[in-house]
Design a protein around this ligand. Structure first.
Ligand SMILES: O=c1ccn([C@@H]2O[C@H](COP(=O)(O)O)[C@@H](O)[C@H]2O)c(=O)[nH]1
Length: 230
């Protein structure tokens, strides 16, 4: 069976737990995601541990955000680990995004538009007043113009972003919650089925899977539900 277009966020407190989650979900999902918690604790070794024997695609979610020269150096440093996807913050601007793209030519650079944990009130607080859609579309267009081939946005904006950037760009959506699951610190959310129907290419799902009693079975159930819906 083809693995579902899901990236399981391995936000684990230790490497053993992350590797165990990766091993049980990889028959069912296309991708595992390593974020700041794991990478800052264990460094590059974490990539081989979660990739394991299956060779599953690894998404390195470091959300780089600095001056172009520094981001280029960081992207070059992690590119040797061969992550399939590496994130940078779109708010770093065109030159910074372009620097990452040029420094890591074999890695898909994904620009994070507006974090899925932010409300419109939060956006006002940081000087981006107005509907989230507007800021997300603006940052999406700028990122693609700068060479990003993937974008991270909430499922709520995915159809607007698709209309803005076309079908060649990979749209990645965190903030995905199966019906009835706790939203936790996520604000702009939708179900896996809705996110996919609206045009997402890769759904990031963490705690609803890793916090469940049987992460392998939960990943399999979400994957089956996507196949039924598709
Ligand atoms: O806007 C963003 C960008 C990245 N993330 C990351 O996705 C996962 C979501 O985990 P859940 O447990 O499903 O909430 C997490 O690793 C975030 O760092 C995001 O949530 N929103």
């Amino acid at each position: 069976m083809t693995p579902a277009p899901i990236a399981v966020a391995l936000d684990a407190p230790d490497l053993e737990t992350a590797a165990r989650w990766a091993a049980v979900v990889t028959p069912h999902v296309s991708t595992v995601k390593v974020g700041l918690e794991l990478y800052l604790r264990y460094g590059p070794d974490v990539i081989a541990s979660v990739r394991g024997a299956s060779g599953v695609q690894v998404f390195l979610d470091l959300k780089l955000h600095d001056i172009p020269n520094t981001v280029a150096g960081a992207a070059r440093a992690v590119a040797r680990l061969r992550p399939a996807i590496l994130t940078v913050h779109a708010a770093g601007g065109s030159a910074m995004i372009r620097a990452a793209v040029e420094a890591a030519p074999h890695t898909k650079i994904a620009a994070v538009t507006i974090l899925t944990s932010l409300t419109e009130a939060d956006l006002g607080e940081i000087g981006l007043a107005g509907p989230a859609d507007d800021a997300v579309r603006r940052l999406a267009a700028l990122s693609v113009e700068a060479g990003a081939t993937a974008l991270v946005c909430s499922p709520n904006e995915v159809s607007a972003v698709r209309a803005e950037v076309g079908k060649e760009i990979t749209l990645i959506t965190p903030g995905v919650r199966p019906t009835g699951a706790a939203t936790q610190d996520q604000v702009r959310v939708a179900t896996p089925e809705q996110a996919l129907a609206d045009g997402a290419d890769l759904l990031v799902i963490g705690r609803p899977i890793t916090g469940s009693p049987d992460p392998g079975a939960t990943a399999a159930a979400i994957a089956a539900s996507l196949r039924r819906a598709g």
